[in-house]
Design a protein. Structure first.
Length: 311
């Protein structure tokens, strides 16, 4: 379908990824309806579109009635909602099923279920199993559902690269857990492009699964070193032994949970035979191409560094 004038409901559209997807769809003439539990958390989306191009709906994916109200009258639906920690089964699986059932019963032409690389019914982590359950639930309720599995998503407002950059800024010696685990970080703008292209050719892509990764595969250890370099910070890095990381994950208040520790046992990269960004005509963007513009805030001479404050 073409996007001009089409109404797309985005569950979780007020979040980090949702903002970029909304902006991309709005730029292509689509109308978007942002469905959030608290609509006020999504009001920053409104200025991104023209008058009347953006709508808002109060909805909770775990509550069928609110989901149906949000989906009513829409041409396409995107489910970005996912949680890590508590309620993963309820939100990641049951929530995905509620969204897909509403999209099917109300006659929507397409559905995108945002999942994650690592979604696997045999995953060692509950998160990985719950994301796989969400995919299955979506495809059972809406057979043409399109599954997108990104690797770690990075961008100016992300909670991943910024988290490590903050640690590197504060600590002279940075501990590394799962140093050999491989990732394929993907730029948030590329994921938004993928969503837009999928919707524009939804009939062609119906029922397919795409794995979205960036142009580089890096280990956790190398990723931290790259972040330090981009932030102009010289740091020493120390690998935490596996047995120590496992014990740390079990402690109250630990910076890593047991489920996160289990996730690090599996590489987070695009499978060799998987459909990818290339199949959606999206040229992947490297971390080095976009990160310096925002990682400067973590540099000694950055916007919030010592020299900047002295000036």
């Amino acid at each position: 379908m073409t996007l001009d004038g089409k109404l797309v409901c985005i569950f979780g559209g007020g979040g980090f990824l949702g903002r970029y997807i909304s902006q991309k769809l709005l730029s292509h003439g689509a109308r978007v309806r942002i469905a959030e539990r608290s609509v006020k958390n999504a009001m920053h989306i409104k200025p991104l579109g023209n008058l009347g191009q953006t709508q808002f709906a109060s909805a909770d994916v775990t509550k069928k009635e609110s989901v149906e109200r949000a989906v009513h009258g829409c041409d396409a639906v995107i489910n970005l909602v996912g949680v890590f920690g508590s309620n993963m089964e309820k939100v990641n699986v049951e929530g995905a099923r509620n969204v897909a059932e509403a999209a099917a019963s109300l006659g929507c032409s397409s559905l995108i279920q945002m999942s994650a690389i690592g979604a696997d019914s045999e995953s060692p982590s509950l998160y990985g199993r719950s994301k796989a359950g969400g995919e299955k639930a979506a495809q059972e309720a809406f057979p043409g559902a399109i599954i997108l599995r990104p690797s770690i998503i990075f961008g100016r407002e992300d909670a991943f690269i910024n988290r490590f950059a903050g640690m590197i800024q504060m600590l002279p010696i940075v501990p590394i857990i799962g140093g050999d685990t491989k990732f394929q970080p993907v730029f948030v703008g590329d994921v938004a492009d993928a969503v837009s292209n999928v919707l524009a050719s939804s009939a062609e892509h119906a029922g397919k699964t795409f794995e979205l990764g960036g142009p580089e595969v890096v280990t956790m250890r190398d990723l931290n070193r790259r972040i330090a370099k981009l932030a102009s910070r010289e740091r020493d890095f120390v690998d935490i032994p596996d047995f120590a990381a496992k014990i740390l994950a079990m402690l109250p208040g630990s910076p890593i949970s047991t489920d996160q520790y289990k996730m690090l046992a599996v590489d987070n990269i695009v499978a060799k035979k998987a459909l990818s960004l290339d199949d959606l005509d999206v040229l992947p963007t490297s971390l080095a191409a976009v990160a310096p513009g925002w990682l400067e805030q973590y540099a000694e001479q950055g916007r919030f560094g010592a020299r900047a404050k002295a000036a």
